[in-house]
Design a binder for this molecule. Sequence first.
Ligand SMILES: NC(=O)c1ccc[n+]([C@@H]2O[C@H](COP(=O)([O-])OP(=O)(O)OC[C@H]3O[C@@H](n4cnc5c(N)ncnc54)[C@H](OP(=O)(O)O)[C@@H]3O)[C@@H](O)[C@H]2O)c1
Length: 248
Amino acid sequence: MSLKGKTIVVTGASKGLGLGIVKRLCEEGADIIAHYNSGDISAAETLAREAGVAFQAFRADLSKEDEVLRLADQICSCGEIYGLVNNAGVCLFEDFFDVTPESYDFTFNVNVKAVFLLTQKIAQKMAKDGVQGRIVNFSSITSLSGSATQVHYGAAKCAINGFTHMAAEALGQYGITVNAIMPGPIPTKHNSHFLKNEDTKAELCGRIIMKKYGDPENIADAVMYFLGERAAWTTGVTLPVDGGYLAK
Ligand SMILES: NC(=O)c1ccc[n+]([C@@H]2O[C@H](COP(=O)([O-])OP(=O)(O)OC[C@H]3O[C@@H](n4cnc5c(N)ncnc54)[C@H](OP(=O)(O)O)[C@@H]3O)[C@@H](O)[C@H]2O)c1
């Protein structure tokens, strides 16, 4: 069973890890439903056109519940959905005493509530259609390693670890698997201002067993595993893909 002709939803597909996942899905022949917000979705669209796969894109601000629910309806009107990759995320770097109720809500709305609602609506459609689908969530090594300037982000990613486990329990009866990836540091828009600092790079790479930052391709490979046939009996797993950062 390949991914050819299967429809996979990728949130946050405009750039970074999401765009890397779209690239790999196009190579596998999957049809793409791409979500974006303020970014430019044309790079993902070009990849799909060049690969000859079907492509649709929908815009939504995932910090807003009404836009998340509208996105879920748009996706569910597209026919059978096989996979959902909940990649979109936000990370505000703020000292603990500077976190506000607004920045907390923003972080949790995008990173947790939107993931919950999209998974709920799309898994319900998978179950109704009899599709034994795949959900892949995005956590972070920060959920286990801790970070003084990412307290709300780290807590939100802890919620994703728990949600992945609980949703796997809830959806297993429909043959739907739910897994998550905990990426280690990979320079993208998300964090490049932070990771490109030479002192930060030396310190972090010193803690990574493989001694270097990762690439979007490393994460796309793990996503392909969870979406593919070889992961049919793998569910409820939160997998570090971090060059050995957490193992050290
Ligand atoms: N890169 C890393 O080192 C790293 C490490 C650990 C975990 N992660 C996780 O991996 C995932 C992808 O990260 P990345 O590095 O690829 O980040 P990125 O380059 O900043 O891309 C983030 C994506 O999320 C979307 N997004 C941001 N705010 C949104 C909002 N309010 N509504 C809807 N979409 C929104 C963006 O869409 P638009 O651009 O269209 O607005 C963009 O496509 C995230 O969940 C992140 O927490 C990344």
